[in-house]
Design a protein around this ligand. Sequence first.
Ligand SMILES: Nc1ncnc2c1ncn2[C@@H]1O[C@H](COP(=O)(O)OP(=O)(O)OP(=O)(O)O)[C@@H](O)[C@H]1O
Ligand SMILES: [Mg+2]
Length: 481
Amino acid sequence: MTVPEIINEINLIESEQKRRRRECKIDEYNAGEKKHLKQIAFHQCDKKNRWVFGGNRSGKTECGAVETVWLARGIHPYKENKPRDGWVVSLSQQVQRDVAQNKILSYLKKDWIEDIVMISGKKGSAESGVIDTIYIKNVFGSVSKIGFKSCDQGREKFQGTSLDFVWFDEEPPEDIYIECKMRVLDKCGEVFGTMTPLKGLTWVYRTIYLNESMDPDVWYEQMEWADNPYLSKDEIEKFSKFLSQEELLSRKYGGFASGMGLVYSEFDERVNVIEPFEVPIDWYDKISIDPGLHNPLSCHWYACDYDGNVFVIAEHYDKQKTVEYHAERIRDISNRLKWPVKNGRLEAIIDSAANQKTLASEKSVTELFYDYGIIANPYVNKDLFAGINRVKSYFKNALGERKLFIFKNCVNMIREIKGYFWGNNDAPVKKDDHAMDELRYYIMSRPENKEKKTGEKSIISRNKEKLIRQHRYSDLRYKIN
Ligand SMILES: Nc1ncnc2c1ncn2[C@@H]1O[C@H](COP(=O)(O)OP(=O)(O)OP(=O)(O)O)[C@@H](O)[C@H]1O
Ligand SMILES: [Mg+2]
């Protein structure tokens, strides 16, 4: 053989190897020793509104593309399979071609494709054009459709069809999200999204991350570089070099970009929220209650270890219920925890407003609680700013230490923290702050932590900071509303 013949032969072998690798890419997805556990968790989740908030290169699009192909082909390893039609929504046609469409084609075996309809370009080389629909032979002997849509076409282009699923690759505008949810309503279908939260505190923050309407179908996870075992060290280094601290939060960790305006900006869900564990009874400290009748009543059980770390270990949070009902639930949870009682009664701290008489009764809330077996002490420290500062230092102090840990099942407290914003007059917005109040009362009841002083600020610098905050927060509120 001559040298050119050998080179030719090698080229042929390499392109055949490439073709074969491509043909079985879907079979190899997370099938080897290296596994992307967050991708697997996403595929296993059976909620109908699932989101991955991931850093760049964390592996979001890859798992959205595989989910789409599994659903359309009818080979989902964790779901009941049936013929399913869906859409893939990208931000623009160009992004569709370069990202989602490209990934889906890479996971589709050639003989699964029945036909491709193009918007532009030739179907013979579909990857270089813009696809309208891929018709896929599913395992049931029929054909499933994957339609491609881009947000720059406007909401009208998203009307009409009934679908089984929609995948959003990156954050769509809210009107398109709502339109797509309508498309899956008929068939009890699902929507899922994979995105880097670069746009700040948009509708996704409120609807999915905070889950303000407490929709049980909503689920999300955060994906960071460290979760992607396929990402090379080189790539990580290359990226890190060019990113600012602010950018790192979203581009590396998948966190929402604008912490600006959040009261507890020190709170980091990955550190301050922990898996529940069995807490020694010696650590049990106090129950704290913020009463509400129409509004929610928020009650948490606080424990403290010998190093001064505080753990929020249980939650009762309910609205439009009587004091009798709340007291019964609080006693139930306390019994389960084997929380200590004094002379047959539980002890708690409670907002001093609970001393006022209720409209429905001759008695005050504290008196009613007493009747139902709970001695609620209303002498709490309600100093808002001192309280907020103290809670902030528990979330993270100047030395970077964290001393406040919330069990994952205290979902309402976690939601309130993530939605607690500064409002007018340098005070937090009075909305969904029930757990925030009783958390503060509890933390203020603790002996003061002696932190190293970093030097007293002058009145002028304090005023300046106040003005900057007011300016920022009114701007932020405008964006949120
Ligand atoms: N399960 C997997 N198997 C093999 N490689 C993977 C897997 N998941 C991710 N990767 C690798 O990680 C890279 C980044 O994944 P992906 O494109 O899904 O990231 P992304 O979070 O969508 O990034 P971007 O922010 O750039 O959109 C992929 O190009 C691929 O090389
Ligand atoms: Mg991507």
